[in-house]
Write a protein that binds this ligand. Structure first.
Ligand code: KG4
Length: 338
């Protein structure tokens, strides 16, 4: 009998549902919330309300696209955290309710494990997946982590940001340039036409494998402040060069610690994940770095870089094989749990 897992993701501002059957992705539906755009960031209360509106049609569509009925499901996997409390509550409660109705188990998934296991999303049995152990650099709006994955469940965080996440710093800098939220894709687009060497920003000097982005962010803000004082049109006139130079510095910082971690662990495979791994320069830099050092690179399809339920259903599938189910008494967690 086949194993069919419904995955539900609702940790931030994307409501997503996906179906994985015997480890193969059958459907992945994402409803992104545009309600936050005018506020320049995600408004938690609006996010949870939008999840409530979206979740039934999103799950329904995911099941239909997979050609399945609810009764065909073996288990329901859901993102338990980290994320926004109200948002997580919607997905968690929905998963619990549906599982009770269907009498199938629930499986809790750590969102960050999900991003890492996104590399195991397969549509065909021939799709290539990483071999353990591998290093994964997870870079999103809320987290920046270097993770050593030894198995589906044995993951060690070797380094993390001590202040801002990379995506958070990108979004904040984009905001002061007058770009819409989230700024990452706009920086990416503008950077393609700019000179990455035009401006220099301070790079962090943090020991070991930890990251820091708040100093770089401040250095960027000071550059803008000082230059705008002399020329009010400075930002407008230097938009592309500012984006390119800033993005280039972020990518250099990310790659620097990745290189350290590769040398320290001796891994032969490197992966990236999270929203910022959609960035063109970052993707290219990782691919080039890996090819120079004869490492295997896993760079996710862009649709699997941001929040999606395909990764939740895939992570859920592996937990199902281990019969690693979740109790109904478990509640969402909002912060990173190691
Ligand atoms: O993983 P994710 O969807 O969720 C959060 O942790 O919030 O990541 C969102 C982050 C945002 O900071 C966004 O600006 C960034 O990913 N992002 C990008 C790009 N696409 C999304 N950053 C740089 N370049 C991109 N193309």
């Amino acid at each position: 009998m086949s194993i069919a897992i419904l995955g539900i993701e609702s940790s931030c501002d994307d409501t997503s549902a996906a179906v994985v059957v015997d480890g193969m992705l059958k459907s992945n539906v994402i409803a992104s919330q545009s309600v936050h755009e005018e506020y320049g960031g995600v408004v938690p209360e609006l996010a949870s309300r939008a999840h409530q509106q979206n979740i039934v049609p999103v799950v329904d569509t995911a099941l239909k696209r997979a050609g399945m009925k609810p009764e065909d499901l073996s288990a329901i996997a859901f993102t338990r955290g980290p994320g926004l409390s109200g948002s997580l509550l919607v997905g968690t409660s929905f998963a619990k309710g549906m599982s009770l109705g269907l009498r199938v188990p629930i499986i809790d998934v750590n969102h960050l494990h999900g991003h890492l296991l996104a590399h195991f999303i397969r549509r065909e049995a021939t799709d290539e997946v990483p071999e353990f152990p591998f290093l994964c650099l997870l870079v999103s709006g809320g987290n920046t982590q270097l993770v050593l994955a030894r198995s589906y469940k044995d993951m060690e965080i070797l380094g993390r940001t001590i202040d801002d996440a990379a995506g958070e710093a990108i979004d904040k800098c984009a905001k002061v340039m007058g770009l819409p939220y989230p700024g990452g894709p706009h920086i990416d687009r503008l950077a393609a036409q700019g000179d990455p060497k035009k401006f220099k920003f301070a790079k962090p000097r943090i020991p070991d494998l930890d990251y820091s982005f708040s100093g770089l962010k401040t250095s960027f803000l000071y550059t803008l402040r000082d230059n705008v004082a002399e020329n009010p049109d400075f930002i407008k006139e230097n938009m592309a060069d500012l984006a390119a130079s800033f993005q280039h510095t972020v990518v250099e910082v990310l790659l620097n610690k990745l290189d350290k971690a590769v040398k320290l662990t001796g891994v032969k495979t490197v992966a990236i994940g999270g929203g910022v791994s959609a960035n063109s320069e970052f993707r290219q830099a990782v691919a080039d770095y890996c090819s120079r050092r004869h490492l295997k690179a896993f760079i996710p399809e862009r649709m699997f870089t941001t929040d999606n339920a395909a990764m939740v259903a895939t992570a859920g599938y592996f937990k199902y094989l281990d019969k690693d189910f979740c109790k109904y008494s478990e509640v969402p967690f909002t912060r990173v749990m190691v």
